[in-house]
Design a protein around this ligand. Structure first.
Ligand code: BGC
Length: 742
């Protein structure tokens, strides 16, 4: 009955749209009733759609003119954007208008990019260890996304740092599944609070770029579930993303976007994911295998060889290669997310003239201030002392601004000239260039906060820089490592002459502080020769101000490393990266070498001493932890500890709780991060904290039983100022337990 009635309405609407428009919305379009559940609304709407219309909403186009692929963007699709799926006016289905990415509203390379606010890199936000900053940042980019006319934001990168040279590490949340998943999940939640769908990406094991189209990531089921997949699982639980984007690479032989294990079994069955899976741009390789393995939407045509989800999908359904039930499931998933996140009830349009850039500058600045990590502070060289009369600032275009990471996630900064570039002509001519600096100048920030004279030298001539250093009270070198999508860094050294420059400058004046703007970990051959090191990552569009505030002491640094900084690439599971392959020679990336022992877990297991450990981060005050205790709880282990600011200035303490299992438990490594917290404390203030260790972080995955299992025994619980500096342990006894997969 219902179907017939709705098809009648649909047919009428097609024949004469005016008739449909004249109907009151609630009877003509019952799916527009916000009181119904997203599932019910999706069902009602799907019943009113023709097969062709259904096909239309699972087939996405690129939203940028691409003459090299003989492609012009569709009418109504925004210029120089990531993707577009036309709406269906007669049914009130909005277009899906897709923008990159995780730090803000990006533009594909263009002479006239949209100029927007950018958060610090994903890695930087992870370095805050502060889910509330991640939420606020997500909410900010969600707002700019909708005000720019987008309703799908391709954010939420959470691939773990297995490969410190990965050109996209800056988009991700570091090497630990709990930290990365929690930060990313909160960013997604903030983003979607603006009724903009966020993706969670790139699912999964897309942990390097150079071979991303050809790599076949080999990983055992248990190792995968306890590492990268756990990060996705946690982010999914916290953020409930409308969509998950499957990645380019293969996983255990099958492309991620036609991988039954990843999509159907793990994501949809075990985690109960109710949203839709979209492919990365050019990551769909078939119609039937992809649809049956769980891919719901093809993205970014013409990046793929063929329009697999256009006519071919309709044919496959008519011929029975893809069941009608599966086809309906794809449609349901797309519509359900559009209803659940609020795309129907909160239509978008271009309101970019009204974006609150000043308000957003404050949000991104706060994120950057929480993210900056003080790594070395010999003799209290920082914060800048009042006695300092002359400061030499060297390199990194610090007179103009701060660096950002390259590729599809590139946000061009509000406040820049129309072409988005305050430093022209840097970086490759093609993708993932150009190099983009954000007009937030550390030099200007410093000048506003010190009576000392601040002199800038561009660092191109090491001799001249050293001469300036020699006659200055304090030297601050800005060192940069630009990384970008599609290509990994060739090594972990700072590029160009920067290592030599720092060595020369430090030789002239030991009171040298190096401020790093890098995608992730770098090696520091000059470390013993300098007095201070500050890791500022890619700090976003207010990054220069944030750096200046930390250097001057206006802000007490509280960032902690979300990744291990190795002493050399020889310490890595794969000192040499797999050789680049082509589309026929799929190189295997053997992630079983480290399995779930990613980052600090690998270093622990192998007894290696890194340059700086995971979790490291100094402060201008000091913190002390006491009264540590741990008890079993229904939902894992509950940990109590008191944290005190034992110094003379206010600061934010990061409490890191690590857990070790009895040897019989078969963990991948000696310890795991079990819980964390960031607490603001006035000088002398103490707070009692209660934290919970998620039971999955106490368990191993049993592939045969398809379940998490906790082994019986005594578990040791410690706090740490980093993964390499732990308190004495308390012990908690756990009984053997099997956890429901959900
Ligand atoms: C990237 C995705 C991005 C997409 C659209 C791809 O190359 O891997 O992260 O969302 O392009 O620009």
């Amino acid at each position: 009955m219902k179907t017939t009635f709705l098809s009648l309405i649909a047919a009428l609407a097609l024949a004469s749209p005016c008739v449909a428009e004249a109907q009151p919305a609630d009877t003509a379009q019952p799916w527009m009733n916000p009181a119904l559940s997203p599932d019910a609304r999706a069902d009602l709407l799907a019943q009113a759609m023709t097969a062709k219309e259904k096909q239309q909403i699972v087939f996405g186009y690129f939203s940028t003119d691409a003459p090299w692929m003989n492609f012009k963007r569709l009418d109504g699709s925004p210029a120089d954007a990531a993707g577009f799926i036309p709406g269906i006016a007669r049914l009130g289905i909005p277009a899906q208008v897709e923008s990159d990415a995780g730090v803000g509203v990006a533009t594909q390379r263009s002479a006239t990019p949209r100029l927007r606010s950018a958060l610090p890199s994903g890695m930087a936000t992870a370095a805050t260890w502060d889910p509330s900053l991640a939420f606020a940042g997500g909410a900010m980019i969600g707002n700019e996304s909708r005000m720019s006319g987008f309703n799908v934001q391709l954010a939420g990168g959470v691939d773990l740092v297995r490969e410190p040279r990965n050109g996209r590490n800056f988009e991700y949340g570091g090497e630990d599944p709990l930290l990365a998943g929690t930060i990313d999940g909160n960013e997604i939640k903030g983003l979607q609070s603006n009724h903009v769908i966020s993706t969670l990406k790139h699912y999964a094991f897309n942990d390097e770029e150079t071979n991303r189209f050809t790599a076949d990531a080999k990983i055992g089921e248990a190792a995968g579930r306890q590492s990268d997949l756990l990060a996705f699982e946690i982010a999914n639980e916290i953020g409930s993303p409308g969509s998950v984007m499957c990645s380019y690479n293969r996983v255990n032989g099958a492309y991620a976007c036609e991988n039954d294990w990843l999509l159907n079994k793990v994501l949809k069955q075990d985690w109960g994911f109710k949203g839709y899976v979209m492919s990365d741009w050019g990551a769909t390789h078939s119609t039937v295998p992809a649809a049956n393995a769980g891919l719901d939407q093809q993205s970014g045509y013409p990046f793929d060889v063929s329009p697999y989800y256009s006519e071919a999908l309709g044919e496959a359904v008519r011929d029975g290669w893809v069941s009608r039930a599966r086809f309906d499931d794809m449609i349901h998933r797309v519509l359900r997310s559009m209803f659940a996140v609020g795309l129907f009830d909160n239509p978008v349009s271009d309101q970019s003239a009204n974006i609150d850039y000043a308000g957003h500058a404050a949000v991104t600045q706060k994120d950057a201030e929480g993210a900056i990590v003080l790594l070395k502070n010999e003799g209290g060289v920082l914060p800048l002392a009042k006695s300092v009369r002359s400061v030499a600032v060297i390199g990194g275009h610090a007179d103009v601004g701060v660096l950002s990471g390259g590729g599809s996630s590139q946000v061009y900064p509000h406040g820049a000239p129309a072409n988005g570039l305050v430093v022209p002509n840097e970086g490759p001519d093609g993708f993932p260039g150009p190099m983009v600096w954000y007009p937030s100048s550390p030099v200007n920030g410093l000048k506003a906060r010190t009576h000392a004279t601040v002199t800038y030298n561009d660092g191109k001539d090491a001799k001249a820089a050293a001469a300036l250093a020699a006659k200055s009270d304090l030297v601050i070198v800005f060192a940069t490592q630009w990384t970008g999508e599609s290509v990994d860094a060739k090594d972990l050294n700072l590029p160009g002459n920067q290592d030599a420059l720092i060595a020369a400058v430090a030789k002239a004046n030991r009171k040298t502080v190096v401020v790093l703007e890098t995608g992730g970990a770098v090696i520091m051959p000059w470390l013993d020769k300098v007095s201070g090191v500050v890791e500022a990552w890619y700090p976003g569009t207010s990054g220069g101000e944030a750096i200046a505030r930390v250097l001057s002491g206006e802000v007490n640094p509280s960032g902690h490393l979300p990744v291990t900084f190795p002493a050399s690439v020889d310490q890595l599971p794969r000192p040499q990266q797999p050789v680049a392959g082509d589309k026929t020679g799929h190189p295997n990336v053997d992630y079983d070498i480290e399995g779930a022992a990613v980052g600090y877990k690998w270093f622990d297991k192998k007894g290696l001493k890194p340059l700086f450990p995971f979790g490291q981060g100094l402060s201008y005050t000091s913190f002390a932890w006491s009264k540590l205790s741990a008890q079993t709880a229904a939902n894992g282990v509950s940990v109590s500890v008191t944290v005190k600011n034992a110094g003379a200035v206010a600061g934010n303490a990061v409490t890191q709780v690590y857990v070790s299992a009895p040897a019989t438990a078969g963990w991948e490594a000696p310890k795991r991060l079990g819980a964390f917290d960031k607490t603001a404390l006035a000088a002398g203030e103490a707070k009692a904290l209660s934290l919970t260790v998620d039971p999955r972080l106490l368990a191993t995955w049993d592939p045969a039983a398809r379940a998490w299992k906790i082994a019986a025994g005594d578990y040791r619980v410690m706090t740490g100022t980093s993964a390499a500096d732990l308190s004495p342990a308390v012990t908690v006894h756990l009984d053997a337990r099997t956890l429901d997969v959900k």
